[in-house]
Write a protein that binds this ligand. Structure first.
Ligand code: SF4
Ligand code: SF4
Ligand code: SF4
Length: 181
């Protein structure tokens, strides 16, 4: 009986020590993220498309907060998000537009080669591809974030990414050059 009690006490003591040690380790190696990075992350579109050149929104937010990347790299967020980020970082809004921003792109399906397999629809994170099984599919380009995931999924290589040309419909009047002055 005594042996059983001693065994339980030793087991409990080892468990308690291991718990304290693990808690100390998690505190020591926790990745420190700045409040600015958190605020930037909150306003990003969270499509995780990678067009900013980072593997996702969180790494991009961290890079901007650390001064390692510019405010205007998020394509789905556009100019409005760039200006919001500039505000958080306390920099001149005009600076948010300096530096080369990636060209906004959207997917386009060559319907003559589409076999209607639906694989592109399955991977689209914003659900902007329409089409029924074994029927031609098409992209609602105004909702496309340009992540390119459908391009990789298409077995017939009938999806291309092309640049969105500026037009009276796509021009952002609210955030035009004049509004920044
Ligand atoms: S481009 Fe914008 S939405 Fe896409 S991963 Fe980067 S921060 Fe996120
Ligand atoms: S249509 Fe293609 S490029 Fe556009 S958001 Fe969907 S998966 Fe991404
Ligand atoms: S993956 Fe390609 S072939 Fe299949 S439905 Fe989409 S566009 Fe058509």
């Amino acid at each position: 009986m005594l042996q059983l009690v001693i065994g339980i006490v030793i087991f409990a003591a080892v468990g308690a020590v291991a718990g304290v040690f693990l808690s100390w380790l998690s505190g020591k190696f926790r990745v420190q993220e700045s409040p600015a990075a958190d605020r930037i992350y909150e306003i990003l579109p969270h499509t995780e498309c990678g067009q900013c050149g980072h593997p996702g929104c969180r790494p991009y937010a961290n890079a901007v907060a650390d001064g390692k990347d510019a405010c205007n790299k998020c394509i789905p967020g556009g100019r409005e998000t760039a200006l919001e980020i500039a505000k958080i970082m306390g920099i001149d809004p005009a600076e948010a537009e300096t530096g080369e921003a990636p060209a906004p792109g959207a997917a386009f399906i060559d319907e003559s080669r589409c076999i209607g397999c639906g694989k592109c629809q399955t991977v689209c994170p914003v659900d902007c591809i329409v089409g029924a099984s074994r029927m031609k599919h098409t992209v609602i380009r105004k909702d496309c974030t340009g992540c390119g995931k459908c391009v990789k999924a298409c077995p017939t290589e009938c999806i291309i990414m092309d640049e969105i040309k500026e037009s009276p419909e796509s021009w952002d009047y609210e955030f035009s050059e004049e509004s920044l002055r």
